[in-house]
Design a protein around this ligand. Sequence first.
Ligand SMILES: *Cc1c(COP(=O)(O)O)cnc(C)c1O
Length: 444
Amino acid sequence: MWRGTGEIYESGFRKKQGLMVIKEYEINLDFARQMDAQDPLRDYRTKYHIPKQSNGEPFVYLCGNSLGLQPKATKQNVEQELLDWQNLGVEGHLHAKNPWLPYHEFLTEAMARVVGAKPAEIVVMNTLTVNLHLMMVSFYRPKGKRNKILIEADAFPSDRYAAQSQIRFHGLSPDACLIELKAQEGEVCLREEDILEAIDSQGDEIALILLGNTNYYTGQYFDMQKITSLGHAKGCMVGFDCAHGAGNLPLNLHDSGCDFAVWCNYKYLNAGPGGMGGAFIHERHLTNKELPRFEGWWGHNKKTRFQMRDDFDPIPTAEAWQLSNPPILAMVSVWSSLQLFDEVGMDKLREKAVSLTGYLEHLIKSLNNTGIRIITPSDPEKRGSQLSIQVKEADNTLFSKITEAGVMADWREPDVIRVAPVPMYNSYEDVFKFYSVLKKALQE
Ligand SMILES: *Cc1c(COP(=O)(O)O)cnc(C)c1O
């Protein structure tokens, strides 16, 4: 079993085995460098472009939860598609090095491994909010008194707007139909028992439970399987926004049993600004012809798609939700990133993440400073690679000082600095440098 903070844990997410203590963290640069030297993933850092400060030094980049860094291979891969377009024109659909017609299929298996799904259950398409709407068309079907959507009170604004507008789309009122889960007085994170209690007591009226599996603000991770089981027992549909989970934590979407999930690929998954999103639809829904769906030609049976027939014949996979032929130039970036994730695997990333985030937590706590506090759960199983640091008196001058000292983190109103040491390209040295900068800024 694990014993509180201050120690390094082996392999974070295997509940059965518990988290094994290996050795003590030390608060000095040599230790951080030693950890980097022993890190089996250390070379992956060199496969990404790290933004540089005006003095030529790389930033300590802790914003991978907001916009992941660019894999060095991306440019060359984009150029390949530009070249094929240049040389082949329309023939590129069939004869490009990576033919454009089936292009999205090249991503499917690697993406499925990242989110823990069967290949038939996932598709890379559109962007997150678009996918959320498409999923709600299929899975938010208010009927009689079962017409509500359960969300987090501090859900990401886009998710809230999507839910509210879907409710209005059905001629209902968000005031009456949106149930918001609030943290207890004086607390920031939701208690799991409160989520389960809300589902248990109001489940009969809930058509859709829509939660972030990892909260963007606090970094809190929710147990998808538990929430889904109870939701289903109450007759609700259950969907998750995995924007902050995909590429961060092993999600096991299939095993969680949830009905659908959506995510973006530009945060932990490094697919570039505005990069394409993903969607998961559990296999139990894939051949259900009764399910309402907004349809487009790319969701139609691949064999007869170009016969331009009248009737829509959905592909019996998540691809049925595709509308348009996909933007190849955007998809290249997703694929370039996925190839690295596939090489490393989520288990190894998670293992390093638990240790790296644990080190960051240990360093911040060692400051013993009452002007800041970490609001992210301290249990490694309830968080991924993000710590949210609340600054007392909602003062962002601390954040400005950190930025000036060469750290890229992010400030979230009203009073939180989010830092994400991501295992793919961040080092223990990065984490130690952030600690040194924070320490100095707090002393000034
Ligand atoms: C980042 C994020 C979004 C962004 O949505 P886009 O449609 O990709 O712009 C939505 N929801 C959550 C929870 C997010 O973290």
